[in-house]
Design a protein around this ligand. Structure first.
Ligand code: FES
Ligand SMILES: [Fe+2]
Length: 366
């Protein structure tokens, strides 16, 4: 798991104005709340006084009050009131980590890392979301008992389709049928077929769809996966998965589906049903992979040239590890319960004097 990327924290609906929302991400505790203007904030969910859970506290105006002794923290993590200290100013160390947020596509995202704004990988933009002629689904939540990198790799794997999704009528895939290229924060592949392959599916038969299929998937950062399928020259389905690693065995996936055909809202449920059926086939595989986390050594799996895009994903992960962004998961797990670790926030680059230590990270390589 990697710091310094945007992660989904909760849906817009989950984060009411009245109560904070607790969430676990990368094995750590976070809390989201809205201030009096409705702006979302995300903080570390560990009170630096004596370990209270801010997420069990109450929103008071623009602050979150710890339920234990009532210390109040504002949206940028600073404690501005310690009730037992009367009118005295809280000490400079009375602060928790606060993370930049964005609310888009019905999702609250937080940037979990300490990079200054101009160095941050961007939150992925969905170009079709507000575009004319496109219909977005509502955001679906999938809670999957798997490691998020396994899920990402599944989406980047064209060769599983004919076996895991036989009803879709995908043709056999091999390395000659697809090409790949790099983008700023990931790699893309597209597959082309001369035959009107989808006309073998029920979906296509019902609509008399024929023509060349062009399909592709790509990733942006470690946790955003996009799949685009042209069922004919004009009809395009695009799927976005924003993945939130809860811990090594659990992932919460925020799934958005868009289409530029059968735009009738009455078709939403039918399209979603097809998507969810395909997704449940993937989940059946993912929840049974072993080991749960991807092995550390490439020699512990036997990859072939048709796994090229998965290998590309791992190469990118390695490059982010070399930057010092990879969490040392084994160390974190060993010490969890004894030490309250936090992901460093951007404010740590500007001031010292923090109470809680930064999560163990694999050393950067130059
Ligand atoms: S533990 Fe939060 S105020 Fe004491
Ligand atoms: Fe699949």
């Amino acid at each position: 798991m990697y710091i310094n990327f945007w992660y989904p924290v909760c849906t817009t609906e989950e984060l009411s104005r009245d109560a904070p929302w607790q969430v676990r991400l990368m094995g750590l505790r976070f809390v989201a709340f809205r201030d009096s203007r409705g702006k979302p904030h995300v903080l570390s969910d560990i009170c630096i006084h004596r370990g209270g859970s801010l997420g069990k506290g109450a929103i008071t105006g623009n602050s979150l009050a710890c339920p234990y002794h009532g210390w109040q923290f504002d949206g940028d993590g600073k404690c501005h009131k310690i009730p037992s200290a009367g009118d005295s100013k809280p000490p400079a160390r009375a602060k928790v980590d606060a993370y930049p947020t964005q609310e888009k596509y019905g999702i609250v995202f937080a940037f979990l890392g300490d990079l200054p704004e101009n160095e941050r990988p961007p939150l992925y933009e969905i170009p079709e979301y507000d575009a004319e002629g496109w219909r977005p689904s509502k955001t679906i939540i999938l809670n999957v008992n798997c490691y998020y990198e396994r899920s990402m790799e599944n989406g980047l794997d064209p060769t599983h389709n004919e076996f895991v999704h036989p009803a879709q009528g995908f043709p056999p895939m091999h390395k000659e049928t697809f090409k790949t290229w790099d983008e700023a924060w990931g790699t893309r592949f597209e597959a082309y077929f001369g035959d009107p392959v989808l006309d073998r599916t029920t979906f296509a038969k019902e609509r008399n769809v024929t023509g060349e299929l062009r399909a592709g998937s790509w990733f942006h950062g470690p946790n955003v996966l996009v799949t685009s399928i042209f069922v004919n020259a004009k009809s395009n389905l695009v799927q976005y998965l924003f993945e939130a690693p809860i811990d090594e065995g659990h992932t919460k996936i925020y799934f958005i589906n868009l289409r530029n055909f059968v735009l009738d809202p009455a078709m939403d449920q039918k399209v979603m049903d097809v998507n969810l059926r395909i997704t449940s086939e993937d989940i059946g595989i993912l929840e049974n992979l072993y080991p749960v986390r991807t092995p550390d050594s490439p020699t512990l799996e036997l990859m072939t040239s048709s796994d090229a895009i998965v290998l590309k994903y791992r190469t990118w992960l390695e490059s982010w590890k070399q930057r010092g962004w990879r969490i040392d998961w084994r160390k974190l797990k060993q010490e969890q319960g004894d030490v309250a670790y936090v992901i460093p926030s951007p404010a740590r680059r500007e001031s010292g004097n923090w109470v809680l230590p930064v999560v163990p990270l694999m050393p950067a390589e130059s």
